[in-house]
Design a protein around this ligand. Structure first.
Ligand code: AP5
Length: 194
């Protein structure tokens, strides 16, 4: 069993890279499951009678988010089979109370990852992707702010690595090169299951 936590700033292309990873792994006959943490949280909220757009979860009361975050981690860990599980999530979430960790100790201990992945892209490119993605309501941000967010993600990844003993791999999702990013990620995962 191998759990890989994949994180990246909104607009970095995390979901695009993971969709490509699914294709690469199928072509190589290596089954992987991908679970989106935000989707798990939305479903839990819906069961509680709180139907929200996924971009509004982070604007909720922090106590509610914390409760649902822990439940999502528990459900994901309980659904885990014996194969490779990719958890698509965030190192931090921008809440109304400030930057809040997506992977605090209680979440990490349930997910028990073997590898932590940071998907990155050039700050200017992330800003452009946020602006041009009409399917979501993303915060626009300057290049300087995105640079700070990338640094914050790396700091949190270092903390998660110390807490879990899992290595951190940075994968670049350069413009037009999401397939290469997926192949790089697949290469690392293959090494870890060998
Ligand atoms: P989530 O659903 O993960 O939202 P997100 O941050 O917006 O990220 P996405 O997974 O949709 O993708 P992406 O922005 O990386 O990029 P995409 O592939 O779409 O999370 C939703 C919410 O759930 C969070 O806000 C939070 O509230 C909650 N949540 C989640 N985890 C949590 C946790 N652990 N704790 C607490 N709360 C949590 O791509 C963006 C655009 O770029 C697309 O238009 C795409 O076509 C383009 N693109 C991508 N790659 C390339 C490329 N290489 N070249 C050119 N264009 C590209």
């Amino acid at each position: 069993m191998l759990t890989v936590i994949v994180t990246g700033l909104p607009g970095v292309g995390k979901t695009t890279v993971l969709d490509a990873l699914k294709g690469v792994s199928e072509r190589n006959g290596v089954p992987i499951s991908i679970v989106n943490f935000g989707t798990a949280m939305s479903e839990i909220l819906k069961r509680k009678g709180v139907a929200l757009d996924r971009d509004d979860i982070r604007r909720q009361d922090i106590a509610l988010q914390r409760e649902v975050q822990e439940e999502a981690a528990r459900e994901i860990s309980e659904r885990r089979g014996g194969g490779i599980l990719i958890v698509d999530t965030h190192m931090f979430v921008k809440t109304d109370c400030g930057l809040w960790p997506g992977l605090p100790m209680n979440v990490l201990s349930k997910l028990s990852p073997s590898l932590l992945v940071l998907i990155e892209a050039p700050p200017e490119e992330i800003a452009n992707r946020r602006r041009s993605d009409r399917s979501r309501r993303r915060d626009e941000a300057s290049r300087a702010l995105i640079e700070q967010e990338l640094n914050w993600s790396r700091s949190l990844a270092a903390a998660c690595s110390v807490m879990t003993g899992a290595p951190v791999k940075i994968v670049n999702n350069e413009p037009g090169r999401h397939l290469e990013a997926a192949e790089e990620l697949f290469g690392i995962i293959s090494k870890m299951v060998r």
